[in-house]
Design a protein around this ligand. Structure first.
Ligand code: UD1
Length: 372
């Protein structure tokens, strides 16, 4: 590393994958509005197809021109290592005062390691989530990123409890709310009609499916069982399934009766599709939260969730490992009245709260985080 002097107002936001773009957009906006920071956006290139990246920047009004590290796909070590190499060189040249990481993808982990080794203060947005499932790559990313973060921005009581249980100093934890919901609140007025514009005529009543977790799609036997369950659900209600590239590669042209397979959708069209769905079946993390905010019944095709608040509030149910709970859960969802829960601090203002904390913090050195 060089010894270039950090610009005390530079906040580097590192993103790489689709859900990160949704989370960084309100934070960039709030950093600009504060007038006290020079935000620098770094896109690692983990997601690179236009449908997984550019369209999100457009829909989310991200005007900052990102520095693109262009790392692309690879195994965990290859991808994480590639981000670390490129990012280390970048921060050596122009060290920021603070690095902000988002969520739990490989780019998040890589950025957290670079910040820690480069002695750069770092904050983790969406800290404290734990599924308890160490086989999920994201769980490893969450645990390590939180361990290295100087500031931990959380969105729920459960997240705070997880961090306190792991011995994180309470002074580092700031419950600010949910930045993903900031984007949803701001853009909701803009998405009406966007799904029909993208997909054409749709059934009056439909369900939405998204699947991309390696644990559901990488192993052909498991994927086959998931598809059989979807075919069973589609007897009750037609399904629309925007297919993630990882899943598309595994499906290799397979057709699924009753299920309309479509290309990955942009942010506005997808949220419009979800808002008007009768039920959502997913293994995504973010969609469990978005359906909660919209009051849309969600069934998560996993046996654990790092977002238990969505289950506690009643919008989300876990289908379980063997998927036996899936069809009954869909029937219950279809016959129940919709409730839109109020979640404290999921109000569209999380990014503003983050920036208030950064305004207070930058310029006041933090204790070394690995002490003790
Ligand atoms: C990643 C995150 C996951 C997150 C998801 C959101 C990790 C470990 N996983 O999973 O937590 O929920 O993003 O979408 O960071 N591909 C393309 N085009 C792209 C991007 C990927 O075709 O623009 C294909 C490639 O074949 C690639 C595969 O998708 O190998 C997987 O991409 P990758 O970023 O490694 O993981 P995701 O499954 O997208």
């Amino acid at each position: 590393m060089t010894h270039a002097v950090a610009d005390r107002s530079t906040v580097m936001c590192i993103v790489g994958a689709r859900p990160n773009f949704v989370k960084v957009a309100p934070v960039l906006r709030a950093l600009h509005e504060s007038g006290q920071f020079r935000p620098v956006l770094v896109h690692t290139g983990q997601h690179y197809d236009a449908s997984m990246s550019e369209v999100f920047f457009r829909d989310l009004d991200i005007r900052d021109e990102p520095v693109n590290l262009g790392v692309g796909s690879g195994t965990h070590a290859v991808q994480t290592g590639a981000v670390m190499r490129a990012l280390e060189a970048l921060v050596a040249e122009s060290p920021p005062a603070m690095m902000l990481t988002f969520g739990d993808v490989n780019s998040t982990l890589a950025a957290a390691l670079v910040a820690a080794k480069g002695h750069i203060s770092q904050a983790h947005v969406e800290a404290g989530l734990r599924s308890g499932d160490p086989t999920m790559p994201e769980e490893v990313n969450r645990v390590v990123t939180d361990r290295l973060a100087d500031l931990l921005f959380t969105h729920s009581d459960e997240a705070d409890e997880n961090l306190l249980r792991e011995g994180v100093d309470r002074a580092r934890i700031h419950k600010v709310g949910n930045v993903m919901i900031d984007s949803l609140v701001r853009l909701r007025p803009r998405w009406q009609g966007a799904s029909m514009a993208a997909l054409g005529e749709m059934p009056a009543r439909y369900g939405v499916v998204t699947l991309h977790r390696p644990s559901n799609v990488d192993e052909p036997g498991r994927l086959g069982r998931v598809l059989e369950s979807l075919i069973e659900v589609a007897i009750d209600i037609p399904l629309i399934f925007p297919v993630h590239p990882r899943t598309k590669a595994r499906l290799a042209g397979t057709s699924v009766p009753g299920v309309r397979l479509v290309e990955p959708m942009a942010y506005l069209a997808f949220l419009d599709l979800v808002e008007h769905a009768a039920v959502v079946l997913t293994d995504s993390g973010g969609i469990q939260e978005e359906t909660t905010a919209l009051g849309v019944p969600c069934i998560t095709l996993r046996d654990s969730t790092e977002r238990p608040v969505t289950v506690r509030l009643g919008t989300n149910r876990l289908a379980g490992e063997d998927l036996r709970a899936l069809v009954p859960a869909v029937r219950t969802a279809l016959s129940s009245a919709r409730v839109v829960p109020t979640v404290p601090l999921w109000d569209g203002k999380a990014a503003e709260r983050i920036v208030r904390v950064l305004e207070r913090t930058l310029g006041h050195p933090l204790e070394p985080r690995l002490a003790g």
